[in-house]
Design a protein. Structure first.
Length: 118
């Protein structure tokens, strides 16, 4: 309503078109760069968390609270990820102690069965 009234009374010039910057960031540029580096190059376990999984929003929130003393909301943390151009993906797990000989043995057995039933 205020914009409509200001437009009627003063035209385009009557509108107060200020650019609002929003709230200042909680992390300094150096802290953001450090956080980005940690998320790209380390696992949560490397950063001192007792989990063997990928970075999640709750884990990153805890990391920022411990490391920088900054408390981000869940949404704010996701927005930070978007600002870093990170994407959310499902993790792909590979067995830690896979025997490299097993696939070769399977292929060999499979080829024999294929020949036997062809």
């Amino acid at each position: 309503m205020n914009y409509a009234k200001a437009s009627r009374e003063g035209g385009i010039e009557g509108l107060n078109l200020k650019l609002y910057k929003g709230r200042p960031p909680k992390l300094t540029p150096d802290q953001e760069m450090h956080l980005s580096h940690v998320l790209v190059n380390k696992t949560p376990e490397d950063a001192g968390f007792p989990v063997q999984m990928n970075w999640t929003v709750p884990i990153v929130r805890s990391f920022m609270k411990i490391k920088f003393g900054v408390d981000y909301s869940e949404r704010g943390t996701r927005e930070l990820f978007y600002r870093f151009n990170f994407s959310f993906t499902a993790p792909k797990y590979t067995p830690a102690k896979a025997d490299p000989k097993k696939p070769a043995e399977f292929k060999e057995t499979f080829e024999r069965f294929k020949k036997a039933f062809s």
